[in-house]
Design a protein around this ligand. Structure first.
Ligand code: ZN
Length: 442
């Protein structure tokens, strides 16, 4: 059986994805001027911020002038919750998405129809580079709902005119049945879940290669080349990376072509900069730093110089696929201590807060994230308090389960709790090492 076929791949929008440098920069500058003016005139937050910084839309005369504008951060988005960053009239909003809000205040974005069209186009570009055509079936096993993953992927599939199967996540047996019976040509979900599906087929005595799948766009979590090889070997597919975030638009901000040497940023819609997260200085091609995005065309909630905290680098060289759009490398970390586990954002502080409420525990703890098989596992090692622990706890297992439940309620995903002897967790003289991430992201 022929699975992934290179001859199937194509460029969805040549006039945008293959522009010359001059053409692209001319378009970006025109759009940048427009969006800065639009945000200034329609969003009080931008107007105030720019006035405070002594900059105005008229100061944008070249692309480099973007550096005159202040950054915006997740905190700014939280402080304007829910809709104070929206620029479009409420009557033009057609859909709303939100981050999980596990840290308290979620980030909410309302989309206009124009935003949804841009989003569909960006995902469609990635699907085309995977070889998705009108007559194909694509199972979308990202979560649907307020999360952007499911809907974004589905809009892209439908933009191409292919058949989207909105599986959402979970119910592995049904996923397996539908992959086999429909039969699906492509599967889009988190890479860890795709691998889990492959292993589930194996456990059921079915060779995953016998499933007609040819490829998929995998994202919403950090992953490595090692996972890619496993996925590709097991299913005999092309596994391509997709990147995005709710604050910017959702998945499709950047997608990898079949060459797999970085993700092409839809830079006619999203203007990227790499900064040093400490000095905030803009870095040249090839240097790793935090990626910052400006949405050039979004009308619902435009973001201008949004600090993603995601660490990567960019490369403007022309790609072997023919596209000229800038490519970003895999995300290899976060510029803060935020952890992304199973697609969910977790802050060590959330776990710490639970531990601090329990007198039986000392404040020394460590969070160990690993990926023993295909799925992420969080282990929380916490020390018992010498004074308060010994006599008060009879049922040790019950105590651990209770703690694990409280942590799960706080962060939204399950953890394994290990109790450690007093003073057994290493102390640090400087900043305590709270998180040990054993996952390999290359
Ligand atoms: Zn390419």
């Amino acid at each position: 059986m022929t699975k992934f076929r290179e001859e199937d791949v194509y460029i969805f929008n040549k006039s945008r994805e293959c522009m010359s440098k001059e053409e692209r920069e001319e378009l970006q500058l025109r759009r940048l001027k427009k969006v800065v003016k639009y945000a200034y005139e329609n969003v009080e937050f931008y107007r105030k911020r720019y006035d405070e910084h002594g900059v105005s839309p008229d100061d944008i005369q070249t692309l480099e002038d973007i550096q005159k504008l202040p950054f915006i951060t997740k905190d700014d988005l939280r402080n304007t919750y829910p809709f104070d960053l929206q620029a479009a009239d409420k009557e033009d909003w057609v859909e709303v998405h939100s981050t999980s809000g596990t840290t308290g205040i979620p980030t909410v974005a309302a989309y206009t129809q124009k935003d949804l069209d841009i989003w569909a186009e960006c995902v469609a570009r990635g699907l085309a580079s995977l070889g998705v055509h009108k007559n194909d079936i694509v199972n979308v096993a990202y979560g649907f709902g307020l999360f952007t993953g499911g809907h974004g992927a589905q809009y892209g599939v439908q933009k191409i005119g292919a058949l989207a199967v909105p599986m959402s996540s979970g119910n592995t047996q049904r996923q397996m049945n539908f992959l086999r019976d429909f039969p699906a040509d492509f599967l889009c979900c988190t890479p860890s879940y795709a691998l889990y599906l492959a292993e589930s087929f194996e456990q059921a005595g079915i060779d995953p290669k016998s499933i007609p799948l040819r490829g998929g766009l995998y994202g919403a979590e950090m992953w490595s080349e090692e996972i890619r090889s496993k996925l590709e070997d097991k299913f005999d597919i092309s596994a391509q990376n997709i990147y995005g975030l709710t604050e910017v638009i959702g998945p499709g901000v950047a997608t990898e072509c079949h060459i797999k040497d970085g993700m092409h940023i839809a830079e006619d819609h999203f203007y990227p900069e790499i900064i040093d997260p400490k000095t905030l200085e803009v870095l040249p091609d090839g240097k790793r730093g935090e990626i910052v995005f400006t949405s050039l065309t979004k009308t619902g909630m435009p973001v201008i110089r949004y600090r993603t905290k995601d660490i990567t680098s960019i490369n403007h060289d022309k790609c072997g696929c023919g596209r000229t759009t800038v490519r970003m490398s895999r995300i290899t970390g976060r510029s803060d201590d935020m952890l992304k586990v199973k697609g969910v954002i977790v802050f060590p502080k959330q776990i710490e807060e639970v531990i601090m409420t329990m007198d039986e525990l000392s404040p020394a703890y460590q969070i160990i994230v690993s990926r023993p098989g295909t799925l992420d596992v969080i282990e929380v090692q916490v020390e018992i308090d010498q004074v308060n622990f010994s006599d008060s706890i009879v049922d040790l297992e019950g105590f651990k389960l209770n703690l694990a439940r409280k942590i799960r309620d706080a962060i939204g995903i399950g953890v394994k709790v290990t109790l450690a002897e007093p003073f057994s967790i290493p102390r640090s003289e400087g900043k305590a090492v709270r998180v040990i991430d054993k996952r390999d992201f290359n």
